[in-house]
Each structure stands twice: as structure tokens, then as C-alpha cells.
Design a protein around this ligand. Structure first.
Ligand code: FPP
Ligand code: ZN
Length: 314
């Protein structure tokens, strides 16, 4: 079996970023901001971010900002949401363009979504989920504005979503799910609160997600899927238990999901590729220190050099 098709994946990402009228573009129209984050982070991990028109991306991102509330939408003319606001901030971090941001306005929008119990709503309609706790905490930390929220209450809410199996759910009592575990462990890592995690218990639950084919799944009895190479693996790295899975078998599973002709990575072998799974496949390989890739930060989900540039800028 061959190695990672770096060139083909970069060409695939650039081609999707350009296309606006094919089926995939249509499906992701409403979450184009997430797509931009997945695509650009992948290119950067492959050391190929120079392949895109950075100024064009920045002006499109700024078109997606709601002029009144300051939050970002999935595409221009759509409604703002925390999910897209984090992606917008991550894209601007990647491109080193926080200079275009009104940091107080964006951080006030995010802080305004915190509820009395410490949880976060995703937008003005109020749905509550630990995904939104992560989005808010990651976003505010990148902007240097965590002081605008009640961090203690935010942490206590996340801890109230911890289950007896060591995992975390979307709300108190919600079933443990690897995506939700990434969000909760990531938010706890960013706020220096990892002592609330039972590392051995959670590490055991997470490493049990490795299937016979080497891939990782999101919950017991589910099939392996490349995106869980990120949700599960990043959590294991954050709690220092990544040596509990077989890295070689997982690497082989991800490489088997590549489209060796046209680039891109799919959820499982022989399925159609998409930008989402291409990002999570490359990000998973990066966490396993695959040669030639930049390393990715498991909590901020951005290349380590980008995170360092933000926090250690003189
Ligand atoms: C599973 O999704 C994933 C989650 C529940 C976590 C989503 C996390 C975010 C949106 C936060 C931002 C993420 C990053 C990387 C910065 P799914 O709906 O595919 O689950 P399923 O496999 O159970 O269908
Ligand atoms: Zn998936």
C-alpha cells in the first residue's frame, strides 16, 4: 500500500474551494464556513496553504459577519451561529489576519450566549449543547477574551455532563459520544481543568473504539469512520493515553480511505470522498506524527505553529 497522497489531496481541496455549483458545494452551502476551516487547515497541515487566495477568503469571511450582533454565519446572507463563529476565527487565525476583526464585538457575541447555569446556546434560538461550550471557550481563548465569561460555571456545566463510563454527552444525562468527548475534554484542556477527567476510565472507553479493521468508531457497536480518528485520538492525546491504541493499524485504515486517483479521503474504504473526512484523516495522521505533516494542536484543532503564533506573539 502507498503512503499519503499529499499533492492529490491539496489539489482536491483547492478544486472544492473553487467549485460553487456541483453537488457537494450545494450540500455544504449553508456550512461553507466550516468547509473553509476544514479545507484550509488541511492545506496548512500539508504545508500548502499558499495554494489559495488568502485575501479573497478573508473578504468572504468578513461578508459572513452579522453587522448587528457580530456573530458569523455559515455563508453570506445566512444566520449567525457559534459553530460558524469559531470556524471564522480559526480561518483568520490560520491566515494570521486577526487585524480585520473587531475582537470586542465578536467576543461580546460569544459571551452573550452563556446561560445562567454556565452552559452555552448555539445562537439566539437557544439550543444548548456541550459542542457550543467548546466553540465558545476555544473561540474566546484564541481571541484572548476568556475573561468575558464565567469560566468556573462553564467548567461546572461541562463536568455535569460527565457519565459513569468516564465519557461526556451533549447535556447532563446525554449518552457518551466521541464527538462530544472531544468538545468537553478540549474545553477542559483550554481552561486548565483536566483534573476533572478520570483519565484511565475515559482512556479505556476511547481505546475500546478501535475496531478490527484498525479504524475508530464514535460509540459502542458503531462502524469505524475516519472522522473519529480525530474525535477519539485528539481526546486520547489530551489525556495522555494515545499509546493505548494501535497507531499502525489506524494509519493503514486512514490511508485505505484515500481516493488514490483524484485525491480526498472518505469516511470508510471505497466510499465517496468529502472535505470533512479529508480534514479529519489528515488531522488524525498529524496527531500520529505522520512524516511530512505539520503537527496539530489537539485542543484548538489548529496547527501547533498557528497556536504558538497567537499565544507567544511578542
Ligand atoms: C460527531 O458528529 C461530532 C460531534 C458531536 C462533535 C462536533 C464538534 C464541533 C462542531 C466543535 C468544533 C470542531 C472542531 C474540530 C474545531 P456526527 O453528527 O457526525 O455524529 P455521528 O457519527 O454520531 O452521526
Ligand atoms: Zn464521519
Amino acid at each position: 500500500m502507498g503512503g499519503l497522497e499529499e499533492e492529490k489531496h491539496a489539489r482536491y481541496i483547492v478544486s472544492v474551494e473553487k467549485k460553487k455549483d456541483d453537488f457537494e458545494a450545494l450540500v455544504i452551502e449553508h456550512l461553507r464556513m466550516n468547509g473553509a476551516y476544514w479545507g484550509l487547515t488541511t492545506l496548512d497541515l500539508l504545508n500548502k496553504i499558499g495554494a489559495i487566495d488568502a485575501d479573497g477568503v478573508v473578504s468572504w469571511v468578513m461578508e459572513c459577519q452579522d453587522k448587528d450582533c457580530g456573530g458569523f454565519a455559515g455563508n453570506s446572507g445566512h444566520d449567525p451561529h457559534l459553530l460558524y463563529t469559531l470556524s471564522a476565527v480559526q480561518v483568520l487565525a490560520l491566515l494570521d489576519r486577526f487585524d480585520v476583526l473587531d475582537i470586542e464585538k465578536v467576543s461580546d457575541y460569544v459571551a452573550g450566549l452563556q446561560n445562567e447555569d454556565g452552559s452555552f446556546s448555539g445562537d439566539m434560538w437557544g439550543e444548548i449543547d456541550t459542542r457550543f461550550s467548546y466553540c465558545a471557550i476555544c473561540c474566546l481563548s484564541l481571541l484572548g477574551r476568556l475573561s468575558k465569561i464565567n469560566v468556573e460555571k462553564a467548567v461546572n456545566y461541562i463536568v455535569s455532563c460527565k457519565n459513569l463510563d468516564g465519557g461526556f454527552g451533549s447535556i447532563p444525562g446525554g449518552e457518551s459520544h466521541a464527538g462530544q468527548i472531544f468538545c468537553c475534554v478540549g474545553a477542559l484542556a483550554i481552561t486548565g481543568s483536566l483534573h476533572y477527567v478520570d483519565r484511565d476510565l475515559l482512556g479505556w472507553w476511547l481505546c475500546e473504539r478501535q475496531c478490527k479493521d484498525g479504524g475508530l468508531s464514535g460509540r459502542p457497536e458503531k462502524l469505524a469512520d475516519v472522522c473519529y480518528s480525530w474525535w477519539v485520538l485528539s481526546s486520547l492525546v489530551m489525556i495522555d493515553r494515545v499509546h493505548w491504541i494501535d497507531k499502525e493499524k489506524l494509519t493503514r485504515f486512514i490511508l485505505n480511505c484515500q481516493d488514490n486517483d483524484n485525491g480526498g479521503i472518505s469516511d470508510r474504504p471505497d466510499n465517496a470522498v468529502d472535505v470533512f473526512h479529508t480534514f479529519f484523516g489528515v488531522a488524525g495522521l498529524s496527531l500520529m506524527e505522520y512524516p511530512g505533516l505539520k503537527s496539530i494542536d489537539p485542543a484548538y484543532a489548529l496547527p501547533v505553529d498557528v497556536v504558538n503564533r497567537i499565544f507567544f506573539r511578542k
